[in-house]
Design a protein around this ligand. Structure first.
Ligand SMILES: [Zn+2]
Length: 253
């Protein structure tokens, strides 16, 4: 019996018992109040212990019906920066059972504007469809646009690409690392949502390594390869050849 049930039961007992004087009822209610407070504090301590060392906190949760099916949308805030994380969740997540998971890095141009320069939008949609058909899974939407350089710098990088640079050369010429993303807090979000054994939907070996290093078990890597159209082909080839992404690129060859 949890303490909410205990409280309701105690209230009923006191109200139903005619032998109590108003004074005794007041005393009992005060005692019970203390008991609840103690229970509440111990619950809070348990929760604090469970999330000790975490640098993200769950802040909000709501239902989100989508074109692909019904999901829950969960908002997290970083405790050491202004960063926010969003997770789309479906089904009951259990640490024992392998869970389909994707960490999707925000791509305004691909996700929202359906740009043909990359495969991000179709990858996100594929991940949502896979989770819908599995009935269970998590997508962590990480707001690190343009592999962490921000949308305006990404547009500047696209301008360099218009002049012939590839995606990596463009980032380097702008003074950025090839990939500035970090996945530690995404791993925390996944753990806070209750997953431990992952079927990771990704072509990116860095993500596999980062999540393993964060203590999550990757039981399977689920490729998310989209048939590339011509504008995205050079981008995907660069990812394959210079960043080690696990792509076949059969859509073109
Ligand atoms: Zn993209």
């Amino acid at each position: 019996m949890d303490y909410f049930e205990l409280r309701e039961k105690a209230k009923l007992t006191i109200r139903a018992d005619d032998f109590y004087s108003p004074f005794e009822i007041a005393v009992n209610q005060r005692n019970i109040g203390c008991l609840y407070l103690k229970e509440e504090n111990s619950l809070k301590q348990q929760q604090d212990r469970a999330t000790a060392g975490f640098t993200v906190q769950k802040a909000a949760e709501a239902k989100l019906p989508t074109e692909f099916g019904a999901f829950r949308i969960v908002g997290f805030r970083s405790t050491n920066s202004d960063e926010e994380f969003v997770a789309l969740v479906k089904g009951d997540i259990n640490p024992e059972e392998p869970t389909l998971v994707r960490i999707h890095s925000q791509c305004l141009t691909g996700d929202v504007f359906h740009s043909l320069k990359c495969d991000c939008g179709p990858q996100l949609q594929r991940a949502m469809k896979l989770i819908q058909s599995e009935g269970k899974g998590i997508i962590v939407y990480q707001q690190q646009e343009g592999r962490g350089i921000g949308i305006v710098n990404k547009i500047a990088a696209y301008a360099l690409q218009d002049e012939g640079a590839d995606t990596i050369e463009a980032n380097v010429r702008l003074g950025f690392e090839i990939d500035q993303r970090e996945y530690g807090q995404c791993a925390e979000v996944i753990k806070l949502l209750g997953a431990q054994r992952l079927k990771l939907m990704s072509n990116n070996p860095d993500k596999v390594r980062a999540l393993r290093n964060a203590g999550l078990e990757i039981v399977e890597r689920v490729p998310l390869e989209i048939s590339a159209n011509q504008p995205a082909f050079k981008y995907l080839l660069t990812k394959k050849e210079k960043m080690g992404h696990l792509l076949q690129l059969n859509g073109i060859f």
